[in-house]
Design a protein around this ligand. Structure first.
Ligand code: CTP
Length: 412
């Protein structure tokens, strides 16, 4: 049977973006019942929701009373997602008010509930809103952090609804996890996680750099998987050109030195750090301020390199708290004497991290691809084979191992 999703829409201008989320959900085979609030219908009318969902739409409890919709819609749902969730709607939900179909549905639903708030920065930051968000989270509701950027008017700040494609991604992940383990849906709730992603660049001159093929896909998949599991997620992203995952704070860097500063500065406050980035191991000793010109005699310049700091080794050595889990990645090809896993085991010891996700890159297939397969080696001796799958499924396999090892002495 198609998964049954209730799409709650409350009254904010971002209601128009929920049309795109609805479209993605229906086109991927979900059975979607839209439940707007009366004020949402001021922004996008019932005919739009009905046409896109293929179902009648009502904001109040007085239609189809014989079917008891104020109870039946919530009871039957596999997922309730409210996008956009206004400050008013969250206040009502936090306090159990039930004066329309959506708030009744929220009280009767026993499935995972996702809220994607959207409002002006002042409203989001107001202590009343923050207290309501904290209360909802404490009850297991997944409240996605709003994105930063352009708001309704000319102003910018935190409060934007994340892009519909990214919200869709969270919904799919929450549904998939709920199908496997309902109790464990938000097992990273209240945890702070830090993920590095992408490949750093080291500049020879203003236009040329040494770089690598990392796309940032695995790091971004880890970030969005952690959001779907309830974590507070920061990504330090080096030269990633993918859309920001929903609910994630993205800190942009270019070089390994910048990545080191951002990661080391934030690591102590994190319950888990996953170094999925490919920081360049070397940088030129000097960076020319002007573009390096070809020599007239046909000779080529030589580039002297110096080693960059090893971020993973440093945060593992200086780890800020007990119970913190630090994860590294290793892209290995093996050599004539040693297998991929032999080399990876010594790397795990050398770096001092708790888990090492090992990719066999002999064929170069992993770079830029949406799929991956891996073996996770643990410092406690465990060896977990992660079957071939999307970078999202590999991400969840990694968080499974992290969640199992997180101590209680954390930031929660
Ligand atoms: N890493 C890091 N800082 C660096 C280089 C790598 O934190 N300057 C991290 C990567 O994010 C990854 C892990 O270390 O999680 C493994 O990187 P890899 O390049 O395979 O390790 P190296 O120490 O460079 O080993 P090798 O000798 O195989 O190149």
């Amino acid at each position: 049977m198609a998964p049954r999703v209730v799409l709650g829409v409350s009254g904010g201008i971002a209601a128009y973006k929920a049309c795109e989320l609805l479209r993605r959900l229906t086109e991927s085979g979900h059975d979607v019942q839209v439940v707007p609030t009366a004020s949402a219908l001021e922004f996008v009318g019932a005919p739009t929701w009905a046409a896109l969902s293929g179902k009648p739409v009502s904001a109040q409890v007085w239609d189809q009373v014989h079917a008891v919709p104020h109870v039946s819609i919530g009871q039957a749902a596999d997922l309730v997602v409210v996008a956009p969730a206004t400050a008013d709607l969250m206040a009502k939900a936090a306090h159990g008010l039930a004066d329309d179909l959506l708030t009744n549905t929220l009280l009767t639903a026993r499935c995972p509930v996702v809220f994607a708030p959207a409002m002006h920065t002042e409203m989001w930051e107001h202590p009343a809103t923050q207290a309501n968000v904290a209360l909802l989270r404490s009850r297991g509701v997944l409240v996605i952090e709003p994105a930063e950027g352009r708001l309704t008017g000319a102003d910018t700040g935190k409060g934007r609804l994340p892009e519909p494609a990214e919200l869709f991604d969270v919904c799919v992940q929450v549904l998939a996890r709920a199908a496997v383990d309902r109790a464990g849906v938000a097992d990273l709730d209240g945890r702070h996680v830090l993920v590095s992603a992408g490949g750093t660049r080291e500049f020879l001159d203003p236009v040329r750099f040494l770089g690598n093929r990392s796309s940032g896909r695995q790091g971004y998949a880890l970030a969005s998987a952690a959001v779907a599991r309830g974590a507070d997620v920061t990504v330090v992203a080096a030269n990633v050109s993918l859309p920001d995952p929903a609910g994630v704070k993205v800190v942009r860097v270019t070089t390994t030195a910048q990545m080191r500063d951002e990661v080391v500065g934030r690591a102590a406050a994190a319950d888990a750090v996953v170094m999925a980035a490919a920081p360049a191991d070397f940088r030129p000793v000097t960076t020319s301020e002007s573009k390096i010109k070809k020599a007239s005699d046909g000779s080529a310049p030589s580039v002297e390199l110096v080693q960059n700091p090893d971020i993973l080794a440093e945060i593992s050595r200086e780890r800020g708290r007990s119970g913190q889990v630090i994860v590294g990645f290793a892209a290995e090809t093996g050599d004539v004497e040693r297998s991929v896993l032999d080399l990876a085991r010594s790397k795990l010891t050398r770096k001092g991290c708790d888990l090492l996700v090992v990719n066999d890159v002999s064929g170069g297939a992993v770079f830029g691809s949406t799929e991956n397969e891996a073996v996770i080696l643990a410092a406690d001796g465990a060896e977990i084979k992660v079957p071939h799958g999307t970078k999202g499924s590999v991400a969840h396999a990694i968080w499974d191992q992290v969640a199992a090892r997180l101590g209680d002495d954390t930031n929660r």
